[in-house]
Design a protein around this ligand. Structure first.
Ligand code: NAP
Length: 306
């Protein structure tokens, strides 16, 4: 009769084999080795992460029926070689939806999971983080950032303490508006977090004046939100053709162009576009392939959207 221990180790081997087996989407749409997503190093550790990640604001704030396309959004994301997912306890039920889907798809180990502290004092931050772990169905995250600089002194101290306890590997500060860049720069210089998360796009390029060069000098990783200006950039391009040099740069859509604009800046580590649609996810991931845009191409885009 098979002993319990032998059975358990056979089960462990089977589970490990299942975890290593490629996801079905690999078979359906293989990603050739030579076209793997580009990666960049997190300066504080040297760990490399793929330059295209994803956000969950709006896109993961869905009811039960809205979860189905998100499974494919996540499958394609991981199959495409991406890993960085940003969420927050104040995106209504996004953490619950993300946690459930990662557990159901068995993907948690392949994700660089970033969530936030959005609270007004330390006890509230502690309770919120404990809840985030439950909702995300995990016992730690990869990045914990202070949302919009809210109560930042207490929350950054808490994040540091949680890092000491092994509950997060990196800490950060976020904002999404140009008006916060000056304060963010001041706090970043004083506190030197592992990451900042900021807005940066062809239509809102102000971060490159001071914040991005400063992050580079300080060795702070930069995560970009609002690369599509929350989707508004698409209505600005409508039927407008891509610039003549797009094909040579490996760009076949405006989404890829907007994302490549952000990752073309050398201080940028990862950009986190949000979509709930599988085909748009595939489109966004293509921005992590091929060459970077040149300075001249990036400048032309800024002029075009000024
Ligand atoms: N303070 C903060 O910490 C902060 C603030 C803002 C954002 N963030 C993070 O950054 C993430 C990204 O920002 P965001 O969600 O505000 O805006 P975004 O990524 O600039 O834009 C999202 C919009 O673009 C559309 N979209 C995505 N891919 C597309 C494609 N390939 N073609 C056409 N449309 C496309 C989406 O629509 P569909 O879903 O319909 O595809 C959605 O309406 C957020 O989800 C969040 O995780 C953090």
């Amino acid at each position: 009769m098979t002993s319990r221990r032998a059975f358990l180790s056979a089960a462990a081997v089977a589970a490990a084999a299942a975890a290593l087996r490629p996801l079905p989407v690999f078979a359906a749409s293989p990603v050739p080795r030579e076209s793997a997503l580009a990666t960049r190093a997190i300066p504080s550790s040297g760990e490399r992460i793929p330059i295209i990640g994803m956000g969950t604001s709006g896109s993961f704030e869905v009811d039960a029926a809205g979860r189905e396309p998100l499974e494919e959004v996540l499958r394609r994301f991981v199959a495409g070689g991406a890993s960085v997912i940003d969420t927050s306890p104040n995106y209504s039920n996004a953490e619950d939806v993300l946690g459930d889907l990662l557990a159901e798809l068995g993907l948690r180990d392949r994700i660089f999971l970033a969530t936030k502290l959005a609270a007004d004092d330390r006890p509230a931050g502690e309770a919120q983080f404990a809840q985030s772990l439950k909702r995300l169905r995990t016992d730690k995250v990869e990045l914990l950032a202070v949302h919009n600089l809210r109560d930042w002194r207490n929350q950054l101290t808490l994040a540091r303490d949680l890092k000491e306890q092994g509950k997060t590997r990196y800490i950060g500060l976020t904002h999404y508006q140009d008006s916060a860049h000056h304060e963010l720069a001041r706090i970043m210089a004083a506190e030197k977090p592992d990451f900042i998360q900021i807005n940066y796009s062809v239509g809102a390029p102000n971060a490159e004046r001071a914040l991005l060069p400063l992050a580079r000098d300080l060795g702070v990783a930069v995560m970009i939100n609002r690369a599509f200006d929350d989707g508004r950039l698409f209505s600005r391009v409508a039927d407008r053709p891509l610039p003549g040099w797009a094909a040579e740069a490996g760009v076949t859509s405006w989404a890829q162009m907007f994302l490549k604009f952000t990752t073309g800046h050398p201080a940028v580590t990862v950009v986190i576009p949000a979509t709930g649609k599988p085909d748009r996810q595939s489109d966004n991931l293509k921005a992590g392939l091929g060459r970077d845009l040149t300075e001249a191409e990036r400048a032309e885009l800024v002029t075009m959207f000024a």
